[in-house]
Design a protein around this ligand. Structure first.
Ligand SMILES: Cc1cc2nc3c(=O)[nH]c(=O)nc-3n(C[C@H](O)[C@H](O)[C@H](O)COP(=O)(O)OP(=O)(O)OC[C@H]3O[C@@H](n4cnc5c(N)ncnc54)[C@H](O)[C@@H]3O)c2cc1C
Length: 392
């Protein structure tokens, strides 16, 4: 077992750091948002594209760099460390591109892979519905065949980036035979978010941010060429896509700034005239945070190494996401507890510590263990697929 990165990978990390330093110095992009959805800049995505870093791990024959998932994690770790504004290309690069490479027709590959690689198309994922989140097979949105088209009707919810994405990756029911398992009744279809009949309504979350939406489909007409993979196979395809989402480093790194400011706070502040750093309980608490962070980080690299070996790390990805999301929720909790009342002030408040990043992270924290599959559902996956208990 060798935990070291290769010399080339270390050089690559330096190259990414230098690039980010230069981009930050230009002062034109919105670096620093702890939530991806608050960090959108198509121009920045264009710069990343020029470097060839969108589709870094995609095969060369599909326009990618043919590098490994470990290389991609190195790049993302550096991007998240400075909260780079990646939202425009993020879903396309992480999930949609690999999904199309696996399942898409030649037409869809030709149509969308170059657009993702060149930061010319932003994707939103439209899976969840009011009655279907963990249990996606309960989706009610329908796509009925009519000649060369599907006619889509229904409602999606929690659609991150739905208000700025040009393209939607939609899960809809396409088989209505009650004798067929519902797991074989759904398809994935790419929809132009500007199509007639698509209505997008903002949902403002507890932080006051507009990151996700409700999306309504009212007789939306989509050509059959936009069906991804096989008809009625969408459920299985989505489960593979979700493994890519769960295998990422985003859940560990999105709150990196909170970890930084927590350490800074402990190093530079006093309570009752005594330095916080002299308090053994506080030292114990921040040391535990550091241990959990490093363990989670190593696990994320391990999952990337499985992908590099051509394996689909379904329960390992679930384990990684579980460790990372529980860590980031704990980090927000520990930071707000240690910083006391000033740590609870929102960004923009004159007395807020560190621009209110800790409070912001705390308010986001209920969502950490929900998005991309809840931690309870992930534990079921770990038990069933990993430990072979309780499954069918
Ligand atoms: C910030 C954020 C961004 C999101 N972005 C998107 C997006 O872009 N596109 C999209 O489609 N969706 C998105 N979602 C939705 C997300 O995927 C769902 O919230 C998630 O899948 C859970 O579904 P639900 O909210 O309906 O909760 P439910 O499925 O109703 O779950 C409620 C509770 O019951 C528990 N539970 C459910 N089933 C089980 C079980 N079998 N065993 C044990 N416990 C269980 C859950 O863990 C949870 O605690 C986003 C969510 C958040 C918070």
């Amino acid at each position: 077992m060798d935990f070291k990165l290769t010399e080339k990978q270390q050089q690559f990390r330096e190259e990414v750091r230098d690039f980010l330093k230069a981009e930050m110095a230009r002062g034109i992009y919105p670096f620093g948002s702890i939530h991806l959805a608050g960090a959108l800049s198509r121009e920045f995505s264009k710069e990343v594209s020029r470097k060839g870093w969108i589709g870094l791990a995609w095969p060369k024959e599909h326009g990618g760099q043919g590098l490994g998932y470990t290389d991609r994690i190195i790049m993302l770790e550096e991007m998240f460390r400075v909260a780079a504004p990646m939202a425009y290309h993020y879903m396309g690069d992480r999930q949609v591109g690999p999904g199309l490479i696996h399942f898409g027709s030649d037409f869809l590959k030709r149509e969308f892979l170059p657009k993702i690689l060149n930061a010319d198309a932003c994707f939103a994922l439209l899976f969840s519905e009011p009655e279907a989140g963990s249990d996606l097979a309960n989706c009610k949105t329908t796509a009925v065949e009519e000649g060369d088209h599907f006619i889509i009707n229904g409602q999606k919810i929690w659609t991150s980036g739905g208000h700025y994405a040009e393209c939607g990756w939609v899960l809809a029911r396409t088989n209505f035979d009650p004798s067929i398992s519902k797991y074989n009744s759904f398809s994935e279809i790419i929809v132009d978010m500007k199509s007639p009949g698509v209505t997008i309504r903002p949902i403002i979350n507890i932080v006051g941010a507009h990151s996700f939406n409700e999306v309504f489909f009212d007789n939306v007409k989509v050509g059959k060429g936009y069906l991804v993979g096989k008809k009625d196979n969408g459920f299985r395809q989505i489960m593979t896509n979700l493994d890519y989402e769960r295998a990422g480093i985003d859940r560990l790194m999105q709150n990196y700034r909170v970890k930084e400011v927590l350490l800074e706070y402990v190093k530079t502040n006093k309570r009752n005239g005594r330095p916080l750093s002299g308090d053994t309980l506080i030292r114990d608490t921040v040391a535990k945070i550091e241990v959990e962070y490093e363990v989670a980080r190593l696990f994320v690299y391990y999952v990337a190494s499985l992908l590099d070996q051509g394996k689909i790390p379904s329960f390992e990805a679930a384990m990684g996401k579980t460790i990372c999301t529980l860590f980031e929720a704990k980090l927000a909790d520990v930071a707000t507890t240690l910083m006391g009342l000033p740590g609870l002030l929102m960004p923009g408040s004159p007395e807020a510590l560190f621009d209110g990043v800790v409070c912001e992270s705390y308010l986001w924290s209920p969502s950490y263990t929900l998005q991309g599959g809840t931690v309870e559902v992930l534990k079921n996956i770990i038990a069933q697929r990993g430990l072979k208990i309780g499954g069918k």
